[in-house]
Design a protein around this ligand. Sequence first.
Ligand code: ADP
Length: 492
Amino acid sequence: MAKYLLSIDQGTTSSRAILFTTQGERYASAQEEFPQYFPQDGWVEHNPNELWQSVLSTCQKVLDENQLSASDILGIGITNQRETTLVWDKNTGDVIYNAIVWQDRRTAFFCDSIDCQDIKNSIMDKTGLILDAYFSATKINWLLDNVPGAREKADAGQLLFGTVDTFLLWQLTAGKSHKTDATNASRTMLFNIHQQCWDDELLALFSIPKSMLPDVMDCAAEFGVTQSSLFNGEIPILAMAGDQQAALFGQACFTEGMAKCTYGTGAFLMLNTGNKALKSTNRLLTTIAYRLNGDVTYAIEGSIFMAGATIQWLRDQLKIIDKASDSEKIAENTVVEHGVFLVPAFTGLGAPYWDPNARAVISGLSRDSGRNEIISAALQSVAFQSKDLQNAMAKDGLALSFLKVDGGMAENNWLLNFISDMLSITVERPDIVETTALGVAYLTGLQAGVFSSVDQLSTLWRCEKSFTPQISEQKKNRLYAQWQDAVSKVQS
Ligand code: ADP
């Protein structure tokens, strides 16, 4: 009987369960969306039970639809939206509040109140992160301060914290396992990425008792086994990685200098820096790419808040396209130098600007400009923002020599050509674009002994289409200078 690897891909808007063969090929999948809650301006929450049920039902569905049982599955790997924060009662398993999602800005004020450069430097030195509401630490602090009785229970050792990976593991194992992996830990702003341990000073700074925190494991490890009632038998959970790190792994970026960018709602560019945790002086993040057998591989990361979300805005707010994919044909039939620039700072600007107060503009409009130029400018903004990250990396002494891409927007050939033009490098799209799920399947397979090494995994990666620069140097420089000019207009 064939055996399969089951990846749980728990994202911001939906949960997916994807089966892979032991040759690393995609076999079947199930997907379910779940509701988003916006109780106040800038707040974003998920209902933990809805989140868990969406994971459970997609896993059950993919097994049922393919007439598979627990014994056909070699192992489960979990990859997840990062930083999203949950706290629950150790004894009853009851969550004390909704999950506070990574996008949630409710703790921005608290971050602003820590107006001390020494503390910010210390956070950067230890965690590789910029002090920001994005990460879990201030979200935990908010929960303990704002949920009645939470602080006392936490101090008495009765509460547990987890990012989504840890919460799902707890549910899958019926409360037997309280663990995370090094990649997810590295996004909490509590984990010392050099010493590989929770940091006492940061725990004190954010008033978080250490007893709440999960054990930190390698990305491929024995995380526990599922309670048998869920899938009619036990399945071992063998891998975990945050979504962007899993995508890096699924893109087989195993050596120093290899990079991927995932173009979904936002865009996340990650460059493997090997066993060195390089410190950016250009506002990029240092993070753990993966940890295997105790060996840590690091990465530099740049996050763009609005990529595909800008195309959604064209569709849902401006209503000038019916579906995201329409943008490709329109851009193809529009001159590249139309003079219109869209800076999509709808929720501020991410790396390398980190300007939460900036707001979006469309600049350079003339009497000839219309719908097509705005749509083209929206796609171009994704490439210009990628170039901003490439430049920040270059200033840190890191060269991008080529880029592997994935995510929903990577279906747009025009966009990938334009990214290649702006970055002056080859852009490659793999044949399996669900690289997040694939990455954690690779990790699961390593732990299960299906794959012997990352070298073997490298041989499985296949390019579906590659894009090479076509634009002239002058035209590229002209366009980018105009983009920089447009960005300078929105910065606060
Ligand atoms: P996420 O995982 O962040 O939810 P996906 O990777 O599924 O996102 O990508 C969806 C995003 O990609 C949407 O924001 C959508 O607007 C955009 N998108 C999808 N297809 C295209 C396309 N052909 N051209 C441009 N944008 C696209």
